[in-house]
Design a protein around this ligand. Structure first.
Ligand SMILES: [Zn+2]
Length: 262
């Protein structure tokens, strides 16, 4: 039976000579793998609806097991900024791979679907993709089975102190309770505060957060620690993103130096 459904393209890969396998996170059926005959021949009619990191409406046949098939597609959002800016694309690819890792195949998950869609929409705008990515990582944690408590101190619930992170207790400590974890992270309280804001708000409420590069780097470090400790996956897209950021920083530094010498 033919179905009509919306979905986000996670990735595609070549299959045999000209055919393709495309993994789509569909709203009603979860992630499904589609077989697309002749995808890599010139002028395939669904080419632009099967590009990774696009959002589309499809008509197709869904099979419970094995491969599914598509007949028609219509673009809902091509995310042009993501497609044309390599740095935004690298962030979006990482966020998409991470989402895929958090999901069980072929199980609908409306909450995660909204997280990914919201993240791609936000990265496609003029917002800082580094902040959007942190937001997504925080909101995906519970789908990896990690219930982090960002409310306040785990022992006395205060919220108006310089709170630190306890990795092993999956939450926060106030100065009065720092002694509850000898291995607390000694994190920058500004970074913890900003992460608490990200964790408590939907993506639509994250507009321009004014964060220094130092605070952002601290937030990155904390989220990396949490993921290393509890999620334990290393995605290729994450390594690529880190290399990109390093080379960006390097070329910025070179540019600044050249300007100074002029
Ligand atoms: Zn406390």
């Amino acid at each position: 039976m033919q179905e009509r459904f919306d979905g986000i393209v996670l990735f595609e890969r070549k299959y045999k000579e000209n055919d393709g396998l495309v993994k789509i996170f569909t709203e009603p059926f979860g992630t499904k793998m589609f077989f697309v005959k002749g995808l890599y021949r010139p002028n395939h009619k669904l080419r632009s609806q099967l590009l990774p990191l696009t959002y589309n409406r499809y008509i197709g046949t869904i099979h419970a097991d094995g491969l599914s098939f598509l007949q028609e597609g219509e673009t809902l959002n091509f995310f042009r900024q993501i497609q044309s800016d390599y740095l935004r694309q690298a962030y979006a690819t990482y966020v998409t791979q991470l989402t895929d890792a958090a999901l069980e195949d072929a199980e609908p998950n409306p909450a995660v679907y909204q997280i990914l869609l919201g993240a791609l929409e936000a990265i496609n705008q003029d917002l800082d993709p580094a902040i959007i990515t942190l937001h997504t990582e925080l909101h995906l944690l519970k789908f990896f089975g990690i219930y982090w408590n960002w409310q306040g101190c785990l022992y006395c619930q205060v919220t108006d102190q310089a709170l630190d992170i306890s990795l092993r207790q999956q939450g926060l400590l106030c100065p009065r309770h720092f002694d509850k974890d000898a291995y607390r992270l000694h994190a920058d309280p500004r970074a913890v505060f900003a992460l608490r804001i990200l964790a408590s708000r939907p993506i639509g409420a994250i507009q321009r957060m004014d964060l220094s590069q130092a605070t952002l780097a601290q937030m990155r470090r904390i989220v990396d620690e949490i993921y290393r400790e509890y999620v334990g996956i290393r995605l290729r897209s994450k390594r690529y993103l880190e290399e990109l950021k390093k080379s960006e920083a390097l070329s910025q530094a070179l540019l600044a130096k050249r300007k100074k010498n002029q």
